[in-house]
Structure formats: structure tokens, C-alpha cells
Ligand binder design. Structure first.
Ligand code: ADP
Ligand code: MG
Length: 293
């Protein structure tokens, strides 16, 4: 491998909207046979809208939106931003939460208007003995079956509401998956979200293999397991929770629209966040390496 040919490859990469950490990165793409894709922010827009509010008996819609919205306003998660935006549209200014804390992979907690509020996966509420009444559990299941994301809201020892947010698949994702398959790669969808939502997204973009319900710390283990099975793995992600997996993968690709932590951990950055460019990157490096031989 002559350094000059590799550098030409990286220069062409910049034109395509691919930032490459160093020319040696291209070497590692040669044997890639599996590409693991984070769901939220990678295959989907990662920008959701609050579409439904389901209330437990006796709950006030504006109060639910005020408390949940205030808490989520302090979080950068795409679900949180959708809830905060949707809440602010309906109830106006939101108070600042106290003692705000992010519970990794589960949700958020904090004090709003003197109430100890939780927003997140039902598991987070259950950890505080807040169980969803049957009506809310049903609403949550129906939303998930429809490929939407539903989070629960509770405070002061009681589950109060289910909020449904919808993310959309990026218009370029299905084409990107087809391009990656044409290069001989097996796509795998990896997410902390639940299986029903993950399956619905996978079906829309043409992915058969889905690994769902994975906690942030587990994403890197999924990559390690694939590698232990003899796969050479590329990973595409955008979030803080993807960084370790991006670093572990044989080739890590970060969305340029994602977090700095992911970009730092990755070998390549897809500047515009267009997944089709992942296929361009792999095609480019294979071509560059062929030129060198
Ligand atoms: P992904 O792997 O899809 O990017 P995460 O690991 O970031 O997802 O989060 C997993 C799940 O935890 C989310 O689908 C959501 O149910 C819940 N969650 C995480 N953060 C929040 C938050 N700020 N508000 C509500 N729910 C959250
Ligand atoms: Mg993500």
C-alpha cells in the first residue's frame, strides 16, 4: 500500500462527504461482511414528534405535559426533545427541573413543581413500584405494535400517562440498505428500543436481523459477539451510547449529525448523516485498495 494512493482515496472521500480519520482506516474495510446499524438517528431521523397522550383515570392532560415536558427539556434524547416541544406547544413555558438525572438507556428523573417525576421505559417506573394501569399498558402496546415509541410518565409513586412519539425512517435508508447488501454486507439493526418498534423499522428498510432491547453498555458486547463468531464488523451510529461499539467495530462509522463522542470514537464520519454514503465509503475504499495492489 503506497501512502499516496491511500491519500488520494481519502481526498475523494472528502468530496463525497466522508471524513476519514487516517488513510490506514481504509485497509480495515477490506474484509467487512457485517454492518451493524443503530436505529435512532442512524436509520431513522432521530427527530420525533409527540403524537398521542394517554392519561390514567383522573389525570390532567396539561399537568402531565407540564411535568413531563419540563423534565424532558433538560435531556438531549430525541424522545425527550419531542416531548418537550410538544408540551411547550400546548402549555407554554416549562419550569426548570431540580435534581435532574439521566438514567442511561431507561429515561429521566427529577423534581418538577415539587413532584418526583419519572419519564421513560415502563421498567424505569417499575423500579419505583409505579405500575401501569391496564388502560395505559394497552395504549403502550398498541403504539409499539404500530412501530411507534411510547414512554411512561409517573410521579409521587403513581404511573400517570403514556406519551407516544413517532420517529420517521430517513428517506434514504431503504436505498442505503439495498446498496450495502449489493456490496455483500449483511445488515443488522441494533437498538435499545423494544423489539416491536425495531421490527417495524427493519421491515420498512429491508433489514432481516434485529437485535433490540439492548442497554447502552450492551451494544459493544453485540459487536464483540459477532466478531467472536468470525464476522468482520462495521458499525454505524450517532449517539453517546454507540461510542464504545463504534470503537470496538473493525470499522466505526459515525453520523456527522450525531454527537461528538460518537464522531471521536469512529474511524469515518458520514458528514451529512446520509446512510447511503456508508456504501459509498466502503466502495471507495475497496476501489482505492484495488488501485494500490
Ligand atoms: P437507541 O439505542 O434507540 O438510540 P437509547 O439506548 O438511547 O435508544 O434508549 C433506550 C430507550 O430508553 C428509549 O427507547 C426510551 O424508551 C428510553 N429513554 C431513554 N432516554 C429517554 C428520555 N430522555 N426520555 C424518555 N425515554 C427515554
Ligand atoms: Mg442512537
Amino acid at each position: 500500500a503506497t501512502p499516496t494512493a491511500l491519500l488520494v482515496g481519502t481526498g475523494r472521500g472528502a468530496q463525497l462527504g466522508i471524513l476519514i480519520k487516517g488513510p490506514e482506516v481504509l485497509e480495515s474495510t477490506r474484509a467487512i461482511d457485517t454492518i451493524v446499524l443503530d436505529k435512532t438517528g442512524t436509520v431513522t431521523e432521530g427527530r420525533m414528534t409527540l403524537v398521542e397522550v394517554h392519561l390514567a383515570d383522573g389525570q390532567d392532560r396539561d399537568e402531565v405535559l407540564r411535568l413531563a415536558g419540563a423534565l424532558e427539556h433538560a435531556s438531549e434524547h430525541p424522545i425527550a426533545q419531542a416531548v418537550a416541544r410538544g408540551a411547550a406547544e400546548r402549555v407554554g413555558d416549562l419550569p426548570a427541573p431540580e435534581d435532574f438525572a439521566n438514567v442511561e438507556g431507561l429515561g429521566v428523573q427529577g423534581i418538577v413543581d415539587g413532584h418526583a417525576v419519572l419519564v421513560g421505559r415502563p421498567r424505569l417506573l417499575e423500579d419505583w413500584s409505579q405500575h401501569l394501569p391496564a388502560g395505559l399498558a394497552r395504549a403502550l402496546e398498541q403504539a409499539q405494535a404500530a412501530g411507534r415509541t411510547a414512554v411512561a410518565v409517573g410521579w409521587d409513586g403513581q404511573a400517570r400517562a403514556v406519551l407516544v412519539v413517532a420517529d420517521v425512517v430517513k428517506p434514504t435508508s431503504a436505498q442505503a440498505i439495498a446498496d450495502l447488501r449489493a456490496l455483500g454486507l449483511t445488515p443488522v439493526l441494533l437498538t435499545g428500543d423494544n423489539r416491536a418498534v425495531a421490527q417495524a423499522v427493519a421491515a420498512q428498510v429491508g433489514i432481516d436481523e434485529v437485535i433490540a432491547d439492548v442497554l447502552p453498555a450492551g451494544k459493544v458486547d453485540v459487536v464483540k459477539r459477532l466478531q467472536a463468531d468470525g464476522k468482520t464488523v462495521a458499525m454505524v451510529g450517532d449517539g453517546v451510547n454507540d461510542a464504545a461499539a463504534l470503537a470496538q467495530a473493525d470499522l466505526g462509522l459515525a453520523m456527522g449529525t450525531g454527537t461528538d463522542v460518537a464522531i471521536e470514537a469512529a474511524d469515518l464520519t458520514l458528514v451529512r448523516g446520509d446512510l447511503r454514503v456508508a456504501a459509498d465509503a466502503i466502495r471507495l475504499s475497496r476501489r482505492t485498495l484495488r488501485t494500490i495492489k
